[in-house]
Structures are given as C-alpha cells and as structure tokens.
Design a protein around this ligand. Structure first.
Ligand SMILES: *Cc1c(COP(=O)(O)O)cnc(C)c1O
Length: 218
C-alpha cells in the first residue's frame, strides 16, 4: 500500500520536484516501505522520534527536520539531519551554526515563512523574511537554500493559493537580491491536501504525510 502510494505520487509529479515523506508517528517499517517505493527524503517533526527511527532505518536516504526545533535539541539534531527546513528565529539560526561548527558541518537550511501571519504558528513573518535572511546569511556553518511554508489549514485546497503565492514572491525577491552565501534553490510548500496548488505556484519540494502513509491515528 505505502509502497504503491509513493510510486503513484512520483509518477504524478514533475521530475524536478523533490518529494519529502512527512513521517511523524510512522514506524521504521512504514518508512522502509515508502523507501522501497522510491522515497528519498524522510521528514521528521520531533527529535526523539527521529533518533529512534533513524537508528532503525539503515537506508541511503536523506533526513529533513520539518517541525519546530527547540534550541536545546539542536546539538543532537545537527548530527542526524541533512537539512533543517524550519529555521524560525535568529537565536535558532545561531545555535545551529554554533553546533555545526563544532562537528565541522555546514547545514543546508530553509527559512520557514509564516505566510498566513498566524499567531499560533512558527515562522518568520513575510515582511521580515528578507531582513532575516540577510541577518543570518553571515553565519558560516549554515547554508540558506530556500523557503518553507505551511500556510493555514483549509478544507478547500484552493484557499491555500494566496499563501503559496506570497511565499513564492519572497523566494523570487531573495533570489534577485543575490545575497552572498544564499542560494535560493528550494521552495518547500504543499501537503496532502494542497500540493497540487503548491506545484502550480512554483513549489519544487512537497511534503506529504497522509497521501503516502494513510490517515494518522491520533
Ligand atoms: C505533517 C506535516 C506535513 C504533511 O501533512 P499531510 O497533510 O499529512 O500531508 C507536511 N509538513 C509538515 C511540517 C508537517 O508537520
């Protein structure tokens, strides 16, 4: 089932789009099934859970952190992750930089944009994103490679479009700005409900959970 789901999705999306399997609460077995279907990037929201499945899944895949990262978890997170998609504060950026320097690693990162300007959500406000990127671009042990957004949750996928548009516009502005050390490559947006709209709005990385693994038991 999971394996077939991944195969089907990969056939459905353009070849240049990267698929991230949002694997929160999923077992190592489920993740391996997805890998057998062709999944190359595993997204994790919680460090403890990630460490567990990371040690169980011995496959040649990349691991992306997609949740809110607490600063006291950074030291361990930088050891296992190949990208952090959810940079959402200067303090967090500095901590990732510092911990990576100690293990001689340069961490690819995406900046999370709070495209819906939602109080309860993490992420940098759209109007502050340019300054935020400029501010953290001087850090040597992180490499800014793009933007990520969640956007508000809607029943109707079409309602997500304005938030993907806003994020894409910031992405393009940043790209034109040619900030030293910043390489705008990935625009990570779109989940199970909204990924088709996100692709229309220029996403080249989508994060799917339910569509790969099925409904979650809460
Ligand atoms: C869970 C999650 C997803 C995937 O959500 P689905 O609706 O199950 O596809 C994507 N991004 C993040 C950050 C998530 O936490």
């Amino acid at each position: 089932m999971i394996k077939e789901n991944v195969k089907k999705i990969i056939k459905e999306i353009p070849g240049e789009v990267e698929l991230v399997g949002a694997a929160k609460t999923r077992t190592a077995e489920e993740i391996e099934e997805a890998i057998d279907g062709g999944l190359k990037i595993i997204g994790q929201n919680y460090l403890q859970e990630a460490e567990k499945v990371y040690s169980q899944v011995n496959r040649d895949v990349r691991w992306h952190f997609i949740g809110h990262l607490q600063r006291n978890k950074v030291k361990d997170a930088v050891k296992i992750f190949d990208m952090i998609q959810s940079l959402d504060s200067c303090r967090l950026a500095r901590e990732v930089d510092k911990r990576c320097r100690r293990i001689d690693k340069v961490m690819p990162v995406l900046v999370e944009v709070n495209s819906g300007r939602e109080e309860q959500k993490y992420g940098i406000m759209p109007e502050n994103t340019m300054n935020y990127v400029k501010e953290i671009s001087a850090l040597d042990n992180i490499k800014i490679m793009g933007l990520m957004t969640m956007g508000p949750r809607f029943g109707e996928p079409e309602n997500s479009r304005p938030f993907f548009k806003i994020t894409r516009e910031i992405f393009e502005k940043l790209n034109e700005e040619n900030i030293p050390g910043v390489q705008m490559e990935y625009l990570s947006m779109g989940m199970t409900n909204s990924f088709k709209i996100a692709l229309e709005e220029g996403a080249n990385m989508i994060r799917l959970g339910t569509k790969i693994f099925g409904e979650r038991e809460e």
